[in-house]
Design a protein. Structure first.
Length: 279
């Protein structure tokens, strides 16, 4: 048996639709899978129902884009198993609206350098809650201006320090996001702690009693990092989760579905949640 608790669909910045993703997971022998679209829950809600038809235990999830204001860094928080996912909708709409505003300006800047048809970007982003940088790159690849999603052209346009088309936008505070997930009856897990150098924040969130778990198993983590995160989680009584961070062809490197998380991970998540409910 295999699981994957970090997957994106076309509703955010993945290249696969829900049905195709579930069919692929079935072929891979995956028995439990979480849909964790960026700042969107529509895909997860639909996938829970679709998963029952194909015999996959789909975990309702979301990946929120948040900000560690103390350290001036981004951080991603995964929300799982929310009893009241509708309570997340307002925040999802808020972040998606900010992303769309930034994307509109990014597209305008890209068109200064590359005479592509704007409709081609819209076509690539069809079904998504917003236009992501991957959608713009997809249109540039289709037009012959780039050969990869994350190469020289991407860096020229979207490098966060000096990209000529990069437009930042405000992310909500990480504490606000975690409190929101908890208010919806969910579990808050820090995604890929090393991606944004969130080790200090991780310790701070644990000390404040906010964090429920850490994403330990993922393709970018070394054995040493897995060992360190596992030990930290055991020391502080945190959940450990894992996932491929699946984006299909929109990933920086080849990253098929499935991860090395233990088979009983989902069972432990549900047991943890039930214990929290009992107080």
């Amino acid at each position: 048996m295999a699981i994957d608790l970090h997957c994106h669909t076309k509703i955010s910045d993945g290249s696969m639709g829900i049905d195709e993703l579930l069919a692929t997971a079935k072929r891979r022998g995956i028995t439990a899978l979480a849909i964790t679209d960026h700042d969107a829950i529509a895909g997860a809600t639909r996938a829970v129902i679709a998963g029952k038809r194909v015999g996959i235990d789909v975990i309702h999830g979301v990946e929120f884009s948040a900000y560690d204001k103390k350290r001036d860094r981004r951080v991603h928080i995964l929300g799982y198993l929310c009893d009241y996912p509708d309570r997340l909708e307002g925040m999802c709409r808020q972040i998606s609206a900010a992303r769309r505003t930034a994307a509109t300006e990014m597209v305008r800047k890209v068109l200064r350098y590359y005479p592509i048809i704007p409709d081609s970007i819209a076509r690539c982003a069809s079904g998504s809650s917003a236009i992501f940088k991957q959608h713009i790159m997809h249109a540039l690849i289709d037009a012959g201006y780039a050969s990869s999603f994350f190469g020289e052209v991407f860096e020229k346009l979207f490098n966060r320090k000096n990209g000529c088309a990069y437009i930042p936008f405000d992310y909500p505070d990480v504490y606000e996001i975690i409190d929101l997930i908890h208010s919806a009856g969910g579990i808050a897990v820090m995604a890929h702690p090393y991606t944004y150098h969130s080790e200090e924040l991780m310790e701070e969130l644990v000390e404040s009693g906010k964090l429920d778990g850490i994403e330990v198993w993922r393709p970018t983590h070394t054995e040493e990092q897995v060992t360190a995160l596992t030990a930290f989680a055991e020391q502080h009584g945190l959940l450990v989760t894992g996932g491929s961070d699946f984006h299909g062809m929109y990933a920086k490197t080849a990253r098929p579905l499935g991860c090395q998380a233990p088979e009983d991970t989902v069972q432990k998540m549900r047991a943890y949640k039930a214990q929290k409910k009992r107080g």
